[in-house]
Write a protein that binds this ligand. Sequence first.
Ligand code: 4AD
Ligand code: MG
Length: 464
Amino acid sequence: AHASVADIFAGKYTVGEHVTVKGWVRTRRDSKAGLSFVALHDGSCFDAIQVIALNTLENYADITRLTTSCSIIAKGKLQASEGQGQALEIDADSLEIVGWVESPDTYPMAPKRHSMEYLREHAHLRPRTNVMGAVTRVRNCLSQAIHRFYHERGYCWISTPILTASDTEGAGEMFRVSTLDMLNVPTTEQGAVDYSQDFFGKETFLTVSGQLNVETYCTAMSKVYTFGPTFRAENSNTSRHLAEFWMIEPEVAFADLADVAQLAEDMLKYVFKAVLTERADDMAFFAERIKPDAVTRLEQVISQDFVRMNYTDAIEILQNCGKKFEFPVSWGVDLSSEHERYLAEEHVGAPIIMQNYPKDIKAFYMRINDDGKTVAAMDILAPGIGEIIGGSQREERLDVFDQRLAEMGLNKEDYSWYRDLRRYGTVPHSGFGLGFERLVAYVTGMQNVRDVIPFPRTPGNASY
Ligand code: 4AD
Ligand code: MG
């Protein structure tokens, strides 16, 4: 078995012990004294381990031709390092070259700073960069921490379907899934596409949210969550929209809006702590290269209660702040990114839990407040990115729900199974959706959600 670089730096091997490490060259430097310093990384942590190769090694001439990304296997004794950087290095008995990099001069990931746009164009090679390595480890740490958070609190993870007939958000932003022959589409007598002849016998889409499905399990299992991919055919070419993104959606029975607002706050603090302790190396890199306060702001957020604010008060703040917005503000408008960011960045300087939005800008399933004008909805707005969470208390009262469907011109029959949850042992329940890429972008300070997911899907781009 071979040692990972992370395990070596974590102290799982002792000085003097023989280890084998396998990975790729980050850099190489030769000394006149007849030795070569090869920095080997294997993706297990941010830092590379220094391998010292003496000119007594039989393939020393080859070693001095190693370039970035050559793959190697080093065997040798672990020793305390005298140089700067990590405390341990390897005194190599052998350094086997597994794969050369052909034409290092034209290798697309040559060791220099590349723009994020350039890296996106080389999505198959960008995992090798420091920045994508750090993003990938932080992303992994966050997803593991999220599962751990819910597991520790007794939540059941529910796998909700990706193929679905329902438009949860009612925004009509769905990708259609069909096996019909596009050149010879069957039509009804009225000339519409005849989906009864399609694979599922009806029009089918990629899911925009697992919420409606997870509500069915919530009303049996009490505390549940989904964590899976979701899809939106929004034609938004922004730094915070993806056509395919991952969402975490907890749903809690006998819980009101305040309960799930607190759950969201607890979850965010839990995962921030996990990242600060488990990925201190990567976070230090983000602080150095991407966002100077990457670490300190998370520490600060963890130590404070989140500010809770009503939509109506937010509108007043935006109207009286003296700032000119591209989209004018009045009661009833949906907050746009510039408003969300002003509130989170300039007004509060930390994430805000925004609550009780006008019902007309929110989805059909949200619970109507006693004022009759607003719904028990919440969004969490974060500095630098805006909305990272959207959630609500669900309308559990059948009569009120039916009235809302009618008001919105929606068909009762289309919601029969969802209505059943209100007919058979209904309970107050609430939940939210956390956009995973927006969370990763917030934590790392990365500017664009395309750079925190391995293979971003955006309008006009689904390569790889
Ligand atoms: O606010 P949204 O649309 O809420 C829902 O889908 C609810 N059904 C969730 C629930 O209550 N269970 O989306 C939730 C979150 C947003 O706050 C945002 O972080 C993220 O999903 N999101 C996107 N992330 C990346 N790209 C997109 N196109 C996104 N659309 C939403
Ligand atoms: Mg939303």
